[in-house]
Structure formats: structure tokens, C-alpha cells
Write a protein that binds this ligand. Sequence first.
Ligand SMILES: Cc1ncc(COP(=O)(O)O)c(C=O)c1O
Length: 394
Amino acid sequence: MSLDFVKPAERISAFKPYFFSILGKKIKDLQSHGLDVIRLDMGSPDLPPADFIIEAMVQSARSADSHGYTAYGGIPLFREAVAKYYLNRFNVKLDPVNEVLGLIGSKEGLFDLPVVLANMGDVILIPDPGYPVYQSGAELVGAEIHYVPLVAENNFLPDLKAIPPKIAYRAKIMWINYPNNPTGAVAPIEFFEEVVEFGRKHEIVIAHDAPYTEICYDGYVAPSILQVPDSKDVVVEFNSLSKAYNMGGWRLGMVCGNPKVLKLLQTYKSQMDNSHFAPIQIAGATALTGDQNWLINRNEIYKERRDIILETLRNLGFQVNTPPSTIYLWARIPSRFEDCIEFCDRLLRETGVSMTPGTVFGEYGKGYVRISLGIATDRVRVAMERLTDWMKKQ
Ligand SMILES: Cc1ncc(COP(=O)(O)O)c(C=O)c1O
């Protein structure tokens, strides 16, 4: 039957399929032709959560009363666990009823925020490079995007003074993300103080996306922007169990901070979803409030991978900072390669090593590749051997 009459609604007509879904198809095709692919592209943790977290989920799933619909915005136990985690980890006090909202993965909340705060033509400030969902959420509501460059010379922090006041006064949301994907950069608390002040002055909601705070190296401890006194006046902080506790597929996230914004999100979400299966939330609460010591060993595993890759990249002439956090290396490819998309495409087809071209994250990603640490250490070593052999032939 012909479906010629089916046309995309204008609000989604600019959307392209998500980069990693296209890449996934390409990789499947290459694998079906016998290529052994090592995926250093996607930021999906390869290790499982601790046993006690899985056990909490299994036990709860066996209970006859665990299978009904759950409270909008998360069961009280989960919201209270988030508040406890913020108090223990950041010394930030949150009211679990009004200042914590459960999300079905933080990606969902990031996409929802512009819907509840921005009208067509309002400005949204988005970091470039940045996580692609900030852009698609803005596109959905027809907002005007003003990109804020993140460059090495400024430690991949936005230069707030370079944002024209005319633009700032029209902005409804400013996205920031530290520890940062894709650059691996971190922000000092003084930067958070500055950005809170900027939000207050220009009446902009500061949306801090912070899913990497628990993956830190060499003694670094990532702060929360909510540690800035009175920041809840203008801030919401998104967080997630995906990277922090190796629970990416569980789709469990949260947003904390300004109660007015959270209420709008909750009202919107209550039209759309019914919150998570209770055993998943119970396991999430267990992860957030249980023993955190297993994360030390998990981070050591990532650090070993980080250091193997750093050494190889530097020997091969890539320019790369040592990231104190996240599961990413943001590497400038040697200048004899002209284009990062072509570089990644050839590397994948000719060696099976898959990296993400920097331009997936924006214009300022030109000349960079992002390399993820979410793959077994022995496979990381093989990938680096293949990269070294290949680069020598270029
Ligand atoms: C910066 C950033 N924000 C948000 C997310 C989404 O995480 P999730 O939806 O799994 O909570 C990711 C995932 O890669 C990310 O890198």
C-alpha cells in the first residue's frame, strides 16, 4: 500500500537518525563480512554493576506486589535515595518530593527540558562540541540555538563574556556538562559560581548535565553545581546511574534542583510515561545508598585503559589531554589527516577499530576523534596495536 501521504511533522523534519544507530548498522554489515570490530566509539560501560545491586532488583522482582504501575516521577524510596546520595557525596540538601525527579534515563529529561521551558524563537545556549540531544531538544521546539564554543585554549569551558548580552537576555536555557563529554574536561567550582551568576543575571535556567561525576582518576573528585550556595534558584542538574554504576541499559536517571522546573517536567512527563518498574528503582536506590567502594576498582580499570590509549596516541602524534574524569579521550588527529570523518571511516574499514568523529558533537569537533574506555582492556590493547600498524602505513 502506498503511504505517500505520510509526511514528517515540521517539528521533527530536521531530525536525522541518531549517529550511533547509523554506525551500529554499518558495523553489523562489516561484521557480517567477517571484520572483527572493536568499538571505541560508544560511551557504553562494558562492566556490570556490583552483585548487591543486581540482587536487589532480582529479589524485588520476585515479590508479588512489585509489578504494578509506580508513582509518577519515581517511587519515594528512589527519590529519597537520590537525596541521600547528594547529601553524602556532595553535601547538598535536597527535598526528595520537590527537588528530585526520577527519569527514564537522563537522555529523556534532557530532551524534555526545552519542551517545558522554551517557545519557538527563544534562544537556547548549547556547548559545541556537545552531547547531541541538547540540539535535538532545541530543534523540537523551534528554538534558536546559539552555540558556545569549547576550545582547548580555554580548557574546554565556555567563555561567558563572549556571549552577546542581546543573545543572553533572550536565552531560556543554558546547557553545560562537566565532567564533559566528549572532551573529558572538568570544571572547577569557581566556574560553576560564575555560570550560576550568569543565569541569575540574565534569567536563564542553567541545565547542568552531570552523568560522569563518579568516574574520576588520580584523586580528582568531581563537584556538583548544586554545591554553589542558592544555586537551586536557577539550576537543574541531570544525573544518571548509567555511567556512575554501570547501569546504562537499566535507563535510570534523575534531575535535581529548582522545584518550579521539576514540577513542569513532572506534569509533562505524567502525560507521557508512568515511571519505572519498581525493582529497577529499588536497585537504583541500593546503588546510590549502598557501599560505594567497588567504584574505586572500576575506576582503576578505566584508568588502565586510559593510560594505554594515551601512551599510544602520543607516540603516534595525536594531541590529547589526560582526562581527570569521564570515559573519553578527546584527541586531535595528526595534521596529515584532513578530515576526522574520513579518518574514522577508513580506520574502521581497514582495521576494525571504531572511533567517533569529533564533528558528531559539533563544528568545533573538527579534527578530533572521541575514544571511549568502555571496552575490555585486552581489546583496547589489540585496538592500539592495530592503530599503530595502520598509522605507520599512512
Ligand atoms: C553527556 C551525557 N549526558 C547524558 C547522557 C545520557 O545518559 P542516560 O540517558 O543513559 O542517563 C549521556 C550518555 O552518553 C551523556 O554522555
